[in-house]
Design a protein around this ligand. Structure first.
Ligand SMILES: [Zn+2]
Length: 323
């Protein structure tokens, strides 16, 4: 899966860092009251449309009871780790809860992988794929807020570390797995990217993540002002809007028109450690997407936006209609 367009999205490895000094407190002064948050270091979601690039945050709706299915085949220790992570997030003051449902009915899927998991930046101990759905007319931004919310997320938690250069790996213990679950569910809740320091499960250091897992297993409830800051803003809050030459957003503009004519569901937006993605789904679940290349660079130079239509989207755009 490494290197492919689809693999290069919405995934983290606890090994890479996307730093994005967004200066969020200038845009949202109320955030000053949340001490110790690092929302500035988040990677925002990107929505390129009609000669403009919007950078925005996306999260689950206010007061969500997120339907979650626990992994099939989890051991007692693994179940304890995941439950501790879920309870920690429920106690973090975000206003969200989790409702256990039967497999197939969930919006947050949790999977256990026997070995390490592939991510956009190599093998890792966890990964997440998070869909932010835009609704209404996402070109029209009312009060600086897009009609956007997370609708689905898929989290993978590894049972073993990636193999070292000798081909050896190690079993991940309960404290490590709880930390990984905390971290990946944090992405599933809408925080993308990583922070370099501070009291948050979204920290880059694997030792710090494990320490938070240890605390959660003991029944302590480590707080997370960074996620609280995210949840203090409305989902879809626009951080910046960058005007661009119309040709820069043409790939999404043309796909959006075909999708509207063909009644495709979307747009959905993802952002990962390397790339972002904008896509629509047809009734059979087939996806038609455009890759938003190199989000790290895009944060520094939004006017350098590069959109790469995936093969299925190219077919749709050149045909001018949905199948
Ligand atoms: Zn991560």
């Amino acid at each position: 899966m490494r290197g492919g367009v689809r693999a290069a999205i919405a995934i983290c490895a606890l090994t890479s860092c996307v730093r994005g000094p967004l200066d969020v407190e200038t845009r949202f002064p109320a955030l000053e009251r949340i001490r110790g948050h690092h929302l500035d270091e988040a990677t925002p979601y990107f929505w390129p449309r009609d000669g403009s690039l919007a950078l925005f945050f996306c999260r689950w709706p206010e007061g969500s009871e997120i339907p979650v299915a626990l992994p099939v085949g989890a051991t007692a220790d693994e179940t304890r780790a995941i439950e501790a992570a879920l309870r920690t997030w429920e106690g973090a003051g975000l206003g969200i809860r989790f409702r256990r449902v039967a497999p197939g009915e969930e919006q947050l899927s949790l999977l256990l992988a026997d070995e390490s998991v592939p991510t956009a930046v190599g093998e890792g101990v966890g990964s997440s794929i998070v869909d932010c759905r835009l609704d209404g007319d996402p070109g029209a931004v009312a009060g600086g807020v897009l009609d956007a919310e997370i609708t689905n997320a898929l989290v993978r938690i590894a049972r073993r570390t990636p193999k070292d250069f000798r081909g050896r790996d190690k079993l991940l213990g309960p404290e490590q797995q709880t930390g990984i679950a905390l971290h990946e569910i944090g992405h599933a809740l809408g925080f993308q990217g990583h922070v370099s320091s501070g009291d948050t499960s979204m920290i880059l250091s694997r030792d710090d993540v494990t320490a938070r897992g240890r605390a959660a297993l003991k029944g302590e409830r480590p707080q997370d002002p960074t996620l609280r800051a995210l949840y203090s803003l409305p989902s879809g809050a626009v951080i910046r809007r960058v005007p661009l030459p119309p040709a820069r957003t043409e790939a999404v503009d043309r796909l959006a028109e075909v999708a509207a004519r063909g009644g495709l569901r979307g747009p959905f937006v993802r952002v990962g450690d390397r790339d972002g993605r904008v896509f629509w789904r047809d009734s059979a679940g087939e996806e038609y997407g455009v890759t938003v290349a190199d989000v790290k660079k895009l944060l520094r130079e939004p006017e350098g936006l590069v959109l790469l239509p995936e093969p299925a989207a190219r077919v749709l755009i050149s045909a001018g209609s949905a199948p």
